[in-house]
Design a protein around this ligand. Structure first.
Ligand SMILES: [Zn+2]
Length: 309
């Protein structure tokens, strides 16, 4: 059974039944966790249908962000309907560094709404669908994680939803808090050293300034140089004088640091496998090639500018 993009289910029960029948085994063998997000924008005031909102998001993710597809596997509407997004067999664009590998990755959903305090409320049919899906993955032994648990600059899925309240609903354990105003604890981002933001031109060309921004973000020597590389089709696609060739025996520190961050083999050498893993981590089309200019470099530059690499 193939994943059917844009298929819409009326409610969570219907979706979970279909999911288990067609992908139950796949989920057991290849899905690591369940990741929970809210869209923030669009929110409940938007009157378009779920499918329309879902299509708008895909258009934005693919057209503007340059991703290979919509970031999430499923979008959940205000009325509890659920639309299929990215193929379950593909890693989601959930949270950088937490998207897993092709064979062991999270399942990700987006709830349409802004669940920050004082805005939309997660209840009724939408909550029922969210819970049906969450309970299904929980029963399969998959850990449930909120976006903000992976990125403490985010409140996602909203300051109005406490993890304790949510998990009590999932597990059916007694809820002690007032459900209408769940208490929420978010790590203050001020206590954490904020990351350095770069000011790169987002042009998809990896030259000396992109290397230097990456070195800054990863805390390695900041000279804009990637040393000791082999001459191959990846290193030849760089710009400026950032690549220094040699016999490749030692590799480069900044490449090692990046490889360890993206879960690639740590040898300090740039090649198709490192670029492929970077593409998977950043959610851009996966072909293990570096184009001139390149979508994955654009996304890397965006992240460096946002202090999010
Ligand atoms: Zn999120």
């Amino acid at each position: 059974m193939a994943w059917i993009k844009n298929k819409v289910f009326k409610n969570g029960t219907e979706f979970v039944k279909w999911l288990d029948k067609n992908f139950g085994k796949y989920i057991e063998d290849h899905i690591s966790e369940l990741h929970v997000h809210h869209t923030w924008k669009p929110n409940h005031s938007n009157k378009q249908s779920l499918l329309q909102l879902h299509e708008n998001m895909r258009h934005y993710h693919v057209g503007t962000r340059g991703w290979q597809d919509i970031g999430q596997h499923v979008s959940i509407g205000k009325n509890g309907d659920a639309a299929l997004g990215r193929d379950i067999k593909i890693m989601p664009a959930s949270a950088f560094g937490h998207n897993g590998t092709p064979n062991w990755h999270p399942f990700m959903f987006e709830m349409i709404g802004d669940f920050d305090k004082g805005h939309d409320k997660l209840d009724g049919d939408q909550l029922d669908t969210v819970m049906a899906i969450s309970q299904y993955f929980n029963n399969k032994g998959k850990k449930i994680r909120f976006h903000r648990e992976m990125d403490n600059h985010k409140s996602c899925p909203g300051t109005g939803i406490s993890k304790d309240w949510y998990m009590a609903k999932v597990t059916g354990k007694k809820v002690t808090q007032n459900e209408s105003a769940p208490k929420v604890e978010i790590k203050s981002s001020t206590t954490k050293k904020s990351k350095t933001k770069a000011n790169l031109k987002v042009d998809g060309k990896w030259g000396n300034s992109t290397t230097e921004a990456l070195q800054k973000a990863l805390g390695t020597t900041q000279d804009g140089i990637i040393s000791n590389q082999y001459d191959n089709r990846i290193t030849r696609a760089f710009y400026g004088t950032t690549i220094h060739f040699s016999d490749g025996k030692k590799g480069s520190m900044v490449v090692k640091s990046m490889q360890s961050k993206i879960g690639s083999n740590v040898d300090g050498l740039l090649g198709p496998n490192t670029i492929g893993r970077l593409q998977q981590n950043l959610g851009t089309p996966y072909d293990k090639k570096l184009s001139r200019p390149s979508a994955v470099v654009k996304e890397l530059q965006r992240r460096l500018n946002a202090g999010k690499f």
